[in-house]
Design a protein around this ligand. Sequence first.
Ligand SMILES: [Zn+2]
Length: 169
Amino acid sequence: MAASINQSTVINNIEFAQKALEIHDIISVLHFSRLADTLANTEGQLDCRLQGGKDANNAPYIRLLVQGALSLICQRCLQPFEHEISIDTHFILVRNESDMPAPEDESDEEDYLLIQAEMPVLELIEDELLLALPIAPKHEEGECGNENNTGDYKKPNPFAKLELLKSKK
Ligand SMILES: [Zn+2]
């Protein structure tokens, strides 16, 4: 099954896992309103896929895959740049929060979700995107100023103004 995802899409996540369902859609970045503040612009699209299933221990899970790019502002040169997004998160479905391991025991590859009859899909994707964003987005080392000819930009000489003051005397 392949259905599309919009703001009102909800899934019964345990049924989704048990029936090994799948949804896939190309979602415009502008649908993620909580992301907007951190983005240089809301252009572009993300390839989003949700797959249900059961793992080797027969535990129901949901796997979320997101591929694409977001435009972020570099904190070093203040120019926009494309930040590549590649999310592959495996959520184990649990009945109660007490079934989740303590944060210190959690492995990096696994996350947990509570079983929900109406889980908003777009919200889950947006939560994961927010987690995937760097706290201080920056170009790769040495990549700053390579776009839009900002390489010509020279830092103002802090002594230039001083010289000017001196010469006025
Ligand atoms: Zn930069």
